[in-house]
Design a protein around this ligand. Structure first.
Ligand code: PEP
Ligand code: MN
Length: 358
């Protein structure tokens, strides 16, 4: 069992930033009374714009070291430069994390991986700020190639121009799910604090992460969140964290319950049959498209016909809505189907062009 799967969920908590010795020790003391696995605080803070608090550096590392020994809890800080790694190791930091603004840069990630060559320390790699699963996976691989044995991914959401659905960073759940598909054994920790940017929504995203088979949670915690020097709006008190963890429903992929297993198996068989029908129908639909392509070819008509496409979107979404399917879902699905139809018709139209040109 790896360090990151030693508890379910594996909980990382602590303030966004180590502000003062008193704040670090007070938070660590309160959190040490909860069931959390790792105490976090940023000592070097990557701030989006200059002029805000950028961390207390070495002094804060000493407070983390003191908290570790005083409250017998492993500690983690963010590192963004090889010099940070050297200092963190000197101060007995147990786990390092790579921030979203660092993961985005393969040069910097490689510098960090080189600095960790031959060092045995667990590492957590946050997703890059842009929704690029390859870049995230690539950063993880750089650390693994440098010899890291214990690596976890942290899903902290992705930057967007607008705060979609009221979140600070869009969760874009298919991205961490794709990472988990590619690397099933890699533990994934969700960071609802940086996804939501708002303390009132931490619980809902933490639960969603459990529903989506995540292994852990990273939640920013401060004794007086409103007074925090960074990310104040998203930090919660240790008491609130205790409440969230107590109410969390932790789910498993499989069940030992025989009757649920049988019921699921029965429903899956029905679904397998339906999926087979859907695929057969799609194949028939494509055949019709090709026949239409032949007609369009003869009359010099375009493959793509905006009037017809608008009609498809309208009629299909109307029908879908009467079955309580959302318009967004059905339009997205039909965009894919229509795209494939057009691609097939274009092949037919190009066929005639070639013949004519001969
Ligand atoms: C943080 O965890 O405080 C932090 C800076 O996170 P991110 O890299 O996700 O922005
Ligand atoms: Mn933060």
């Amino acid at each position: 069992m790896s360090f990151f799967t030693s508890a379910k969920p594996f909980v990382v908590a602590g303030p966004c930033s180590a502000e003062t010795r008193e704040q670090v020790l007070e938070t660590a003391e309160q959190l040490s009374q909860l069931n959390i696995q790792l105490f976090r605080a940023g000592v070097w803070k990557p701030r989006t714009r200059p002029g805000s608090f950028e961390g207390n550096g070495i002094e804060a590392l000493e407070w983390m070291q003191e908290a570790k020994h005083k409250y017998k809890i492993p500690v983690t800080v963010e590192v963004a430069e090889p010099a940070h790694i050297e200092l963190a190791l000197k101060h007995e930091i147990d786990v390092l994390w790579i921030g979203a603004r660092t993961t985005v840069n393969p040069f910097q990630v490689q510098h960090l991986a080189d600095a960790l060559q031959g060092v045995n320390i667990p590492i957590m790699v946050k997703n890059p700020v842009n929704a690029d699963v390859d870049l995230w996976q690539g950063a993880i691989e750089r650390f693994e190639q440098a010899g890291a044995k214990e690596v976890a991914a942290i899903h902290r959401g992705f930057s967007g121009y607008s705060a979609a659905a009221g979140y600070r960073n869009q969760p874009n759940w298919p991205i961490p799910i794709e990472l988990k598909r590619r690397r099933p054994e890699l533990p994934i920790i969700c960071d609802p604090s940086h996804i939501t940017g708002s303390r009132s929504r931490i619980a809902e995203v933490a639960q969603k992460a459990m529903d989506m088979h995540f292994d852990g949670l990273m939640i920013e915690t401060h004794p007086r969140p409103d007074e925090a020097w960074s990310d104040a709006a998203q930090q919660i008190t240790p008491a609130k964290l205790k409440e969230i963890l107590a109410n969390l429903i932790v789910r498993e992929e499989f069940t030992q319950d025989m009757s649920s297993q049988i019921q699921l198996e029965y429903l899956r068989q029905l679904m397998d049959t339906l999926d087979a029908e859907i695929i057969d129908l799609l194949a028939k639909r494509m055949e019709l498209s090709e026949q239409m392509g032949e007609v369009k070819k003869l009359c010099n008509m375009t493959a793509y016909q905006p009037v017809r496409w608008r009609e498809i979107v309208e009629t299909r979404s109307e029908r879908a809505q009467s079955h309580l399917l959302t318009k967004e879902f059905i339009v997205e699905l039909y965009e894919k189907i229509h795209h494939e139809s057009i691609r097939r018709q274009l092949t037919i139209l190009e066929g005639i062009d070639k013949k004519i040109n001969k």
